[in-house]
Design a protein around this ligand. Sequence first.
Ligand SMILES: [Zn+2]
Length: 295
Amino acid sequence: MSLDRRELLKSALAGTVAIGFPSLLRGQADKWTVVDGGGTNIIAFSSTDGLVLVDSGAPKSSDRIMAALGSNAKPRTLFNTHYHLDQTGNNELLAAAGAKIIAHEHTRQWMSTDYWVPEEDRFEKARPKAARPSETFQTTGTFKTATEQIDYGHLPLAHTDGDIYIFFKSSNVLAVGDVASPLRDPALDYFTGAWIGGRVDAMDVILKLSNEQTRIVPASGPVMTRAEFKTERDIMEEVRSRIWKRALQGDGPQDMVEAGVLKGLARTWKDPYKFLYDANKGMLAHHNKLDPSVI
Ligand SMILES: [Zn+2]
């Protein structure tokens, strides 16, 4: 690894975003970095034939993003890890700059329809066609740049019903979107079918794909090691098991908060009730997968 690349990795690991992209583009063809997209991570890989980006950042962050990418940047491919505005907020801009947008088919469907945002009790409008993915897939896909093998695939029902991973195999960098959430409370869009069991299954897929050297990039927060990711996965599995036991006793989310169902774990929650409400709703929709005798 060159010094240049080590520096980049260090910056990525520290979660900093101060890297000037124009200088990056002048470097080797296999450079990658994480750009701040309005509080969410945008991964940018440069190659000889243009940029490959993961997620387009939150609305109103376009000036900052374009400054980070530089005026000479040629966005070639943009992946959306899922449909949320924090990940798709600047799709139009990057599509206009020449990027093909790749996402799961369900992501395109969510972006093509008005949808209810339960915690705000309002509808989010469908996105204009220019913002929607131009290429979708159902299970997996792959392509190569001059220097990078890129594999991508569906992670069913982990956070939404359209989550995907993007694995930059040659560089051993794995983007997982909101399937990992090292800082913010893990979120479950139960109304799409997402649930905590799906999240654990998806995290197991990521563990199988990765090794100890893999850099795992979540939708927000610092780049993770595989060991850190595994810790989060084990907490999710413990929470799944605990809330299922409480649900079988007739507890709702407020009862679970009062019973301390999230206590004693190696992380804290900013809003335990919201997490448990969403986890509970999602779990009840999938209860037959947890215990067939309860159907
Ligand atoms: Zn999200």
